[in-house]
Design a protein around this ligand. Sequence first.
Ligand SMILES: [Zn+2]
Ligand SMILES: [Zn+2]
Length: 585
Amino acid sequence: MASSEDKVTEDAERTETMRHSASHVMAEAVKGLFPGARFGIGPAIENGFYYDFELPRPLTNEDLPLIEARMTEIIKGNTPFVRSEVDKDEARRLFAEQPYKLELLEEIPDEKVGVYRQGSFVDLCRGPHVKSTVEIKAFKLMSIAGAYWRGDEKRPMMQRIYGVAFETRQALDDYLKRLAELEARDHRRLNNQLKLYITPDEVGGGLILYGPKAGRIRTIIEDFWRQEHYANGYDILYTPHIGRSTLWEISGHLDFYKDSMYSPMDIDGQDYYLKPMNCPFHILFYKSQVRSYRELPLRWAELGTVYRYEKSGELHGLLRVRGFTQDDAHIFCTPEQMESEVDEVLRFALYMLRTLGFKDFAVYLSTRPDKAVGDERRWQDATSALRKVIESEGLPYKVDEGGGAFYGPKIDIKFRDAFGREWQLTTIQFDFNEPERFDMVYIGPDGQEHRPYMVHRAWLGAWERFFGLLIEHYAGAFPVWLAPQQVAIVPVADRHLEYAGKIEAELKKAGIRAKVDASGERMNQKIRAAQLEKVPYMIIVGDKEIESGTVAVRLRTGEQLPPQAVGDFKKTVKKLVKGKSTGLV
Ligand SMILES: [Zn+2]
Ligand SMILES: [Zn+2]
């Protein structure tokens, strides 16, 4: 009897076979439209399939419905997939016009090769496939992309068509709906609407320029960050963007991290490097004087902008960039303090994340890899301290055995969004390497020198990636305390401008970010503009409001609040801001 797990695997395999079969059908349809087409490969992928083609002209999106229509015909035709074995010579004749297939053929060691036919279309393929085209239930062609033959940029660029396929029409519809929701939340798309940041060509890839609205959000979060750090016993450091090669030689970055660092610049005959990390600077500060156990723990934080090399093809909006600001901190402590320090760090991070509206986390503990530096005993103590604090917070976690960095074990906290995607945020990481390299010590109660424990900690990780996540998490509709503009005041006609200005002044005086829309647009247009900008509140001001001395408040959700005194509205907004609430009323 098959277990339910076997059934799941079986279903998944059948779906994969169906998806791969759909790629054959697509190839047949393309051949019908372009008789001279040359074929690459057509595997099943997550949710669907693709096939690579060499065609006489570039495809456009208009071609996709035509190919789809032909595919539908082929599927309806209930054509069987027929397997046969042929010897290589016959295969060479069959694929004489297909240089890519011939190349693949020569790599097959066997004397006989598998060939599949459906209708007039024949493909070199190991299979398996569905029995008949009619088993391909629900599909859609999604996009066209360029792809080098065998992923090699020295080989020809082919045209790849991506499609998705599911067992039922319903499953396909659900998938497309989820995809549309994801796209609507894509931070790059929302940025076009909200105009938060730019990435101009003149500056170069992976470098972000934040505008006034993003600047406002960042200021609010950084202010919150500084305030909370001071309240939790941290001090804040500022360090330079570049440092001499000597520093990176001592730290070891020029050995183990050079590929991620940019070429040096020559200053007075010496090599200076853009910093990829802030840690060595903090260590130098530690070493700038003799440290006693009485001073420990030291908790030093910095919003430090670092630069790391990423391949241009891997840059992605705010998520993969070349210059980014880490909200970094380093904790230097004694072995006795280590566990309570890590506990505090974790508690602090969770409090901050929850305050920003993130609630669902996936926690990972990564342990000692085979290749590691540092004392075995310290590894054990640190790892068990990390495990203990996760458990004491009652967080479910997964252990990544051997997944730690070579210099220490770590905890990663990832945020799980509504779509099940995980986003790396907080990391808490021991370091047994740098304290050795820099020969860091403190004087213990015994008057002897001891090695401190060093913990790297980032709460948000990189500001850039965090900001991308923040945009997607709220779909651009930031909570009131973070909204760059909190209130849009919309006068019904020009004669209401003066009263609108008075309300603006009153709200501003209370610290509320309000602005009158004094443009020449019609009222509905103004409301639409504020709606697109996702401003939490719109205050409509007309004759009625002037007469009664009240305001009519419309929420960005479309909901209309009953007329109220300006004072009451002020109170509501101030309360929500103070409580860092995600609600609007
Ligand atoms: Zn196949
Ligand atoms: Zn660090």
